[in-house]
Ligand binder design. Structure first.
Ligand SMILES: [Zn+2]
Length: 144
């Protein structure tokens, strides 16, 4: 495993699992899925279930596997589902992000799709607009 340099964290990246909204799962299932990809298990640091339960995945000091080319400078949180996220999930997402902003005040919140390198639509909503609606600070978009 690679250990993250906490002072290097620049991005707090929001993802979704891109699984059917009516399919309940959590960090354990994501872990199995990512093992199946040949990875070192779950690539995110937090997983938020459909009920809004915040599940610990990789510890924050362990480099994630969720945003190609930027894993060494980011943390990742994954909402279970594809498009219709629950109010409980959004409340928990805010909790996770506020906690991270307290620990990593220089980091910027963004969605996976905000990175230019990817054609993915993950997490399938406009994270910057959502942050504004929650009074969360939005940084400049990723530069690569
Ligand atoms: Zn993603």
């Amino acid at each position: 495993m690679s250990v993250l340099d906490a002072s290097a964290i620049r991005y707090l990246v929001v993802h979704c699992s891109d699984t059917p909204d009516d399919e309940p799962m959590g960090a354990r299932e994501i872990h199995q899925m990512h093992l199946g990809f040949g990875w070192h298990g779950v690539g995110y640091h937090r997983v938020i279930t459909r009920d809004g339960v915040i599940e610990a995945a990789r510890p924050d000091y362990w480099q994630g596997a969720h945003v190609y080319g930027h894993n060494e400078i980011s943390l990742g949180v994954c909402l279970i589902g594809r498009s219709a996220f629950t109010d409980a999930q959004f409340a928990s997402l805010e909790t996770v992000l506020r906690g991270w902003l307290a620990d990593y005040p220089d980091a910027c919140i963004c969605g996976h799709r905000d990175f230019d390198y990817t054609d993915k639509t993950c997490p399938n909503f406009d994270v910057a607009s959502w942050c504004l609606s929650r009074g969360l600070r939005v940084g400049p978009p990723p530069t690569a």
